[in-house]
Design a protein around this ligand. Structure first.
Ligand code: BGC
Length: 373
């Protein structure tokens, strides 16, 4: 079968011929790939800044944002049958008996760091015609989400973050009611999203739909379809070329939540300075090597203590976040059909993947489609 792989030894990224995978355990499922989204992590892997092939292999088949169709299921598989649509999770547990997180099926919180991630770390990914996975790593997709379900995995980043912050927001200050329904959890609170890429935009959609008064802050200037999208979901866009963080803080008032989706250390530090009292700062972007920045850690510490602030890093996602991402995709397409229709910039054949990954992203989410013309 055909696949796209990165070869760290020769610094090549190309279409390769791989052996077809086979079901070898009764709990395994054979998948035919339909859509694979490409993201910043794929670019880092293809520029050899990140990513590790499986032990003993000279290449890593990339791709971790997948939508697939079940073609066959092992004898012990109970939840799936041929024809079902599924989205796989990315991370696979470490083998250490003492890792409480992995042993409990929450490998997104793995303590040892010896987890594997499909298409990223020590396990081949999904930018291939077929893949085999264990049943427990698959999430069933309602058929009517076929056109957009490839957005599930990038959406899980915001879903996992929201799951944690709402818990913190509602358990910490006793005047918030933990029984508040999902769509009202952010009522009366402001959220500032840093970055207007897919993770930032999907994060803004999650926050706006949870009732937060949502702002998105990035470099881009209008006119831009991404900025139009921010307005269409009822959020406010501010360009960093037109307003500083101090201007932003003045405009917003107390900033209750910052959702960082750029992976830019300087930008993040500046934003931390304007986080409000009882505020939560969520980091989702993984920075590469960046220039040193000057900071005043004493001031940051003072603020964090005196304002009860939380700094939260979050990576990957578990089954709950996949379930809420699928529910939210359905809610988004009903609430903002025109917006959802523009999220996928285009579908392209496998052969174009290396150029698309290494080029400048056009539109919001670029997808490799196995049935693209
Ligand atoms: C993926 C996550 C992964 C992270 C770190 C992200 O692009 O969406 O699943 O855990 O990279 O490797």
């Amino acid at each position: 079968m055909k696949a796209v792989a990165a070869f760290p030894g020769s610094h090549e990224v190309r279409v390769t011929e791989q052996e077809d995978p086979r079901i070898s355990q009764p709990d395994q499922v054979m998948l035919r790939m339909l859509d694979i989204g490409i993201c910043g992590t794929d670019k880092e892997i293809c520029t050899f800044e990140y990513g590790t092939p499986p032990p003993g292999d000279d290449h890593l088949v990339i791709g971790h944002e997948a939508l697939a169709e079940v073609v066959a299921a092992g004898s012990a598989v109970e939840r799936f049958r041929a024809g079902d649509l599924v989205v796989p999770s990315v991370r696979r547990p470490c083998v250490h008996p003492g890792c409480l997180a992995c042993r409990a099926g929450h490998q997104d919180y793995c303590y040892t760091g010896d987890f594997r991630e499909r298409g990223i770390k020590e396990a081949h990914g999904y930018l291939a015609e077929y893949a085999v996975d264990q049943e427990r790593h698959l999430n069933l997709v309602p058929r009517d989400l076929r056109e957009i379900a490839v957005l599930t995995e990038p959406l899980t980043i915001a879903e996992k973050a929201l799951g944690q912050i709402t818990w913190m927001m509602q358990q910490r200050p006793p005047w918030l009611d933990p029984e508040t329904p999902g769509e009202e959890r952010g009522e009366g609170l402001s959220a500032l999203v840093l970055g207007i890429g897919p993770v930032g935009l999907l994060g803004a959609m999650v926050l706006a739909s949870a009732g937060f008064t949502t702002y998105v802050y990035s470099r881009e200037l209008p006119p831009s379809p991404r900025i139009d999208l921010v307005a269409a979901i009822g959020a406010t866009y501010v360009s960093s070329q037109a307003a500083t963080f101090a201007d932003l803080a003045e405009k917003i008032g107390s900033i209750d939540l910052v959702y960082e989706a750029v992976g830019h250390s300087h930008f993040a530090l500046e934003a931390l300075e304007v986080l409000g009292t009882n505020g939560i700062f969520v980091l989702t972007g993984v920075p590469g090597i960046q220039a040193f920045v000057e900071a005043d850690p004493a001031r940051l510490m003072r603020d964090m203590v005196l304002k009860n602030q939380v700094l939260l890093g979050t990576v990957n996602a578990g089954a709950d976040a996949f379930a809420s991402a699928l529910r939210n995709l359905d809610a988004f397409r009903r609430r903002w059909p025109a917006v959802v229709a523009t999220l996928i910039a285009g579908r392209y054949p496998l052969e174009q993947a290396p150029d698309l990954i290494l080029g400048r992203p056009a539109g919001i989410k670029t997808v490799i489609a196995f049935d693209a013309p």
